[in-house]
Design a protein around this ligand. Structure first.
Ligand code: NAD
Length: 255
């Protein structure tokens, strides 16, 4: 059977529950012919249980993107399962509670620093940690939420996403000569664990009902995952530093 990712070896971070965008990305990637290795943060037995629901078995490696030892040993631990990589999916975001939900003016630097380290700087950390595994170039894809405007409730996570957008452009600049593409999918709101931790998320999501030209289903992570798989494939060979909106078209509509 021919698939978009036939023969490709893909590392997918960020699987936590079945609602994770990363779970749907891993599932579609397998269905499109890829060999998938997962990383999990903290609750590894939960991640392994969720991984068992994928069409094919996928090993789970531990990765906290804020842990230097985890990053330093990542390539060797991935190599225990695959001999190289053709793609890496960064589907990781975190901000402490006091950095979200309307507390923007009072958030301390420590909380901002955590949000930026885990949600933005980690795109660089993860890419550099896996660089030795890319023999013939490849594709790095991260998950974005449009950071060109300010949103209700999103606060310092929005600032972290602006940093993520910029980080992906600088990575694209520096890794292009190695034929490594770095792109983001800017997704509309999806009811995942990360979304539930944002107080007032539903209010933010209501904008989509009112303005998105295409319908948008908060409970369906598959459209975003399809965008990621497309960027991992050979069908965007000269696209890097790009942000592909998978948001029902909302970004294009002013009011
Ligand atoms: N849900 C949405 O509305 C939405 C919209 C646009 C973009 N995104 C982005 O999509 C990505 C995935 O989020 P999701 O919605 O699937 O939620 P999710 O909660 O399923 O995934 C977030 C993941 O980040 C991981 N993570 C947190 N801290 C980590 C750390 N220190 N090291 C490694 N991993 C860590 C969690 O374990 C989890 O797997 C995030 O970047 C998020 O910002 C989400």
């Amino acid at each position: 059977m021919s698939g978009l990712l036939n023969g490709k070896r893909i590392l997918v971070t960020g699987v936590l529950l079945e609602s994770s965008i990363a779970f749907h990305t891993a599932k579609l990637a397998q269905e499109q012919g890829a060999e998938v290795v997962l990383t999990g943060f903290g609750r590894l037995s939960l991640v392994e249980r969720i991984a068992n629901r994928l069409p094919k078995p996928a090993p789970v490696i531990e990765l906290d993107v804020a842990n230097t030892e985890h990053l330093d040993t990542l390539a060797d631990r991935v190599r225990q399962h695959v001999d190289g990589l053709d793609g890496v999916v960064h589907s990781i975001g975190f901000a402490p509670q006091d950095a979200l939900g309307g507390n923007f003016l009072n958030t301390p630097w420590e909380s901002v620093a955590t949000a930026v380290q885990v949600s933005a700087y980690s795109l660089k950390s993860l890419t550099m940690a896996t660089l030795p595994l890319f023999e013939n170039g490849g594709s790095v894809v991260g998950m974005d939420f449009d950071a060109t405007v300010a949103w209700p409730q999103y606060d310092w996570m929005g600032v972290a996403k602006a940093a993520l957008e910029s980080t992906s452009r600088y990575l694209a600049r520096d890794l292009g000569k190695e034929n490594i593409r770095v792109n983001l999918v800017s997704a509309g709101p999806i009811k995942s664990m990360a979304a539930k931790s944002i107080p007032g998320f539903e209010e933010l999501a209501k904008v989509w009902d009112d303005r998105a030209p295409l319908t948008w289903d908060l409970a369906d992570p598959e459209p975003a995952a399809r965008g990621v798989v497309a960027l991992l494939s050979d069908w965007f060979p000269k696209t890097t530093g790009e942000i592909v909106h998978v948001d029902g078209g909302l970004h294009a509509i002013g009011a």
